[in-house]
Write a protein that binds this ligand. Structure first.
Ligand SMILES: NC(=O)c1ccc[n+]([C@@H]2O[C@H](COP(=O)([O-])OP(=O)(O)OC[C@H]3O[C@@H](n4cnc5c(N)ncnc54)[C@H](O)[C@@H]3O)[C@@H](O)[C@H]2O)c1
Length: 395
């Protein structure tokens, strides 16, 4: 694949590092930046033969097969529109839109143009995430009951994030999009998210948007997704996921505790990891950041999907569902009520209800609990299926 990058900022460089790593066969050949100097610098840094400060020139470059959008949130829609017009496959960073309405337009544009719309949700491609998802899918933790994801850090690095018109919101739209999609994968993408309860506040920064929020997303099968997001957290970037199942548990720590801890007086002063707040004392570096953050697996899936004419694991429809959940979160934070997720387009199951599956002990009883006491005594707590009587049975 020959790739063009739109944007030359923070995530564009992360993407470019990932595309240049490990002798990949897919090559970045062009970059757009509104500043010709920054475009040239980016092209020189990554050895690209072409650059421009005109977006359409880069998208329409005859050798470009696929375009990566790494622009501020307000520019995603226009960039997707230009790719659809040019008939070029498009991979868009998160969040897909500032609202569900914007995301829906983008989804419809790529589908109408017959191009692939890949949603660059890297945190659904980390090696830890992919392995834990396959464990969940194979039944290792039983029925998923609750999936929580947390992303908190001291706040974004560019001015536009802090401007609600350009960003579309604060920590919920910026970080909640990751957490919501992580939980949605664990719960099952075919299960409809039905309603959201969200608390949001502006606790630290003088901005119009929220810098801290916690939300619950209820799914049609009664399972709960939870997101915790903040731009107020001090101490680096905290990326943790937790899944509770009827037969097991998963805890993932993606960033601050990866098994790599280092102490330094600060002599070297080197880069430690994304959003690290210190270069001395005890530090938590991340080995191969582009790999551990999922970029390598993400781009592999995207390019293979284009070649094999299949959908990637994360596509524009997923981005649209996430945006609709975020819209409901904003409505809930305002109304202080559970708010329905308004999905005009639903492609998952419609036959799901909140069910209860109790474990049978025998024909007459359900098993509530099996217990071993400190003195070695073993007992069962059972419930009669008809009378409802709860009894103890010693073993
Ligand atoms: N893990 C992730 O997936 C991840 C991480 C960070 C950012 N992002 C997303 O990537 C996108 C860019 O964020 P970033 O962190 O790289 O920001 P950034 O500020 O570092 O870069 C933004 C890019 O957009 C360009 N831009 C901004 N306003 C423009 C305008 N009016 N006209 C033309 N170009 C303009 C800037 O020049 C720059 O090239 C956002 O959508 C953000 O949510 C994703």
């Amino acid at each position: 694949m020959k790739i063009a990058m739109l944007g030359s900022g923070f995530i564009a460089r992360f993407y470019a590092d990932s595309l240049a790593a490990q002798r990949r066969k897919d090559t970045l050949i062009s970059v757009y930046s509104r500043s010709a100097e920054r475009a040239e610098k980016f092209a020189n840094d990554y050895g690209l033969p072409h650059y421009s400060n005109r977006m359409t020139e880069v998208i329409e470059h005859p050798e470009v097969d696929v375009v990566v959008i790494a622009l501020s949130n307000d520019l995603h829609l226009g960039a997707v529109e230009a790719c659809a017009r040019a008939g070029k496959h498009v991979l868009c960073t998160k969040p897909l839109g500032r609202t569900g309405e914007e995301a829906k337009k983008m989804m419809e544009m790529v589908e109408k143009a017959g191009i692939m719309g890949g949603y660059l949700e890297d945190l659904c491609y980390t090696p830890k995430f992919l392995k834990s998802l396959s464990s969940v899918k194979s039944g290792s933790i039983g029925r998923v009951l609750w999936a929580k994801s947390r992303e908190t850090h001291p706040g974004p690095h560019s001015d536009w994030f802090w401007n609600i018109e350009q960003s579309g919101g604060g920590a919920i739209v910026d970080l909640g999009c990751h957490c919501i999609e992580i939980a949605r994968n664990f719960i099952g993408k075919d299960i409809k998210p039905v309603e959201v309860m969200c608390w949001a506040a502006t606790q630290v920064h003088p901005i119009a948007a929220e810098d801290h929020a916690i939300g619950l997303v209820k799914y049609a099968n009664g399972v709960i997704g939870q997101f915790e997001v903040s731009w107020c957290f001090r101490g680096g970037m905290d990326l943790r996921d937790e899944v509770m199942g009827s037969e097991g548990t998963i805890w993932l720590n993606n960033f601050l505790r990866t098994g790599f801890e280092m102490f330094t007086t600060g002599k070297g002063g080197n880069y430690v990891a994304e959003k690290a707040e210190s270069t001395s004392g005890w530090l938590f570096p991340v080995g191969d950041e582009v790999h551990e953050l999922g970029y390598s697996h993400m781009f592999t899936d995207m390019f293979e999907s284009i070649e094999q004419k299949r959908e990637p694991l994360e596509n524009f429809y997923d981005g649209y569902v996430v945006n609709c959940i975020i819209d409901a979160a904003y409505r809930s934070a305002k109304s202080r009520n559970w708010e329905p997720v308004q999905l005009d387009v639903w492609r998952g199951r419609t036959d799901v209800t909140e069910g209860h599956e109790f474990t049978s002990y025998d024909n007459d009883y359900y098993l509530i609990k099996e217990e071993i006491l400190p003195n070695g005594e073993k007992k069962l707590i059972l419930k009669h299926k008809v009378t409802g009587e709860v009894v103890r049975r010693d073993l």
